[in-house]
Design a protein around this ligand. Structure first.
Ligand code: HEM
Ligand SMILES: *[C@@H]1O[C@H](CO)[C@@H](O)[C@H](O)[C@H]1NC(C)=O
Ligand SMILES: *[C@@H]1O[C@H](CO)[C@@H](O)[C@H](O)[C@H]1NC(C)=O
Ligand SMILES: *[C@@H]1O[C@H](CO)[C@@H](O)[C@H](O)[C@H]1NC(C)=O
Ligand SMILES: *[C@@H]1O[C@H](CO)[C@@H](O)[C@H](O)[C@H]1NC(C)=O
Length: 333
């Protein structure tokens, strides 16, 4: 009788144990596994320092790279989550899509950091995390905005040319459309306006806002500024096929073009937002108060920007044993 009870107990304990093991292993490769600050502190202690070294070097050489790296992280996170899919080369890759082709920049910085990381700690630091670190270091360099980056992202294997068009907001969106687009990624209206402040740095090609200049000037654009832009950007050719031969660029922020600050929002008040997606944040009653607050309270905006960057960096991440750590950011292993 006692023996029977004992064997029952063994079976029950065994069942409990295997349930526990199943539970633990399920939790291990679960997509809900959280990213953590200092993820590489034991496996690759100098990971973040190495990334920062390259960001500092390149951004000092050309401040535009700070804009490039912040935008790369955005275009990564909104398309298949922050999985470095934007970095993959290939004929049908995200790089070839209209929002990305010819305008993304900073790939060489990621490559340089990755090359050193693969020497120091091979197979440890994901390309998606390198992107997140680089964006953070760029925000610090361009705007003295600091935040810790929770890490532990893994790299995805899939990159499709169609995906950016289906997920990234185009520059002709109005505030309502932008709200809905960001909501699909779990970001609030306030976070959408806050993150648009990234347009406080960097450049835009004429083709991104030509529709506001020709055939008629958008009435929400300052006429003097529009006249200036028209001198830089030639009118589109009526029956042109393919991309235009010349596609100049202009600074997005007319006040402090290489400083990541809240003066972007002052530019909107002056009707100098380059895209409809910028200017409508001021025009629309949905968001105009947020813009006015960001003009008045720059410190609050900077704090919100840091928090929103962290939140954006969490979108649909792969963790645990999902995906892989790429050896080279342009190719899957
Ligand atoms: C709100 C919706 C957004 C739209 C419609 C939008 C659209 C665009 C477009 C069309 C360009 C210019 C591309 C070119 O012509 O070269 C651009 C540039 C840029 N965007 Fe956005 N964007 C949005 C949000 C964001 C967010 C959330 C971030 C980052 C947090 C961001 C960061 C940047 C940066 C830094 C640049 C300048 C890039 C450079 O100089 O290389 N944008 N954006
Ligand atoms: C992740 O966790 C959810 C519940 O939190 C569960 O339904 C799902 O099966 C888990 N996925 C994996 C891959 O373990
Ligand atoms: C925003 O654009 C959508 C789609 O074109 C349109 O239906 C909507 O009326 C616009 N909203 C505003 C406030 O203009
Ligand atoms: C299209 O452009 C070419 C010059 O590139 C011109 O010769 C031709 O007449 C134009 N066709 C039309 C229909 O405007
Ligand atoms: C990516 O490919 C590797 C092997 O090439 C595989 O181990 C991994 O599970 C794949 N990840 C995804 C997300 O498909």
């Amino acid at each position: 009788m006692a023996a029977l009870t004992n064997s029952h107990a063994v079976v029950i304990i065994g069942l409990l144990l295997s349930c526990f093991i199943l539970f633990v292993s399920a939790a291990d490769d679960n997509s809900t596994a959280a990213l953590t600050v200092g993820f590489y502190k034991n496996s690759c202690p100098f990971a973040e320092i190495i990334v920062r070294k390259y960001v500092n070097k390149f951004v000092t050489f050309n401040p535009g790279f700070a804009a490039g790296l912040i935008r790369l992280h955005f275009h990564d996170c909104f398309v298949r989550g922050c999985d470095a899919s934007v970095l993959l080369d290939g004929k049908n890759s995200e790089k070839q899509s209209i929002p990305n082709k010819g305008s993304l920049r900073g790939f060489e910085i990621i490559d340089a950091a990755k090359a050193e990381l693969e020497v120091k700690c091979p197979g440890i630091v994901s390309c998606a995390d390198i992107l997140a670190f680089s964006a953070r270091d760029s925000a610090w360099k361009a705007g003295n905005i600091f935040y810790e980056v929770p890490a532990g992202r893994r790299d995805g294997n899939v990159s499709n040319t169609l995906d950016p068009l289906l997920n990234l907001p185009p520059p002709f969106f109005n505030a309502t459309q932008l709200r809905d687009n960001f909501a699909r990624k779990g970001l609030t209206l306030d976070e959408m306006v806050t993150l648009s402040g990234a347009h406080s740095i960097g450049i835009a090609h004429c083709t991104s806002f030509l529709g506001r200049l020709y055939p008629t000037v958008d009435p929400t654009l300052d006429p003097k500024y529009a006249a200036k832009l028209k001198k830089i950007c030639p009118a589109p050719v009526a029956n042109a096929t393919g991309p235009p031969k010349v596609n100049p660029t202009v600074n997005q922020d007319t006040i402090t073009p290489i400083r990541l600050d809240n003066l972007y929002y002052l530019g909107l008040k002056q009707k100098k937002g380059l895209f409809t997606s910028d200017q409508d944040l001021m025009t629309s009653p949905l968001t105009s108060n947020i813009v006015l607050n960001n003009i008045q309270f720059g410190g609050v905006w900077a704090t919100k920007f840091a928090a929103a960057m962290v939140k954006m960096g969490n979108i649909d991440v792969l963790t645990g044993v999902q995906g892989e750590v790429r050896e080279h950011c342009r190719h899957i292993n």
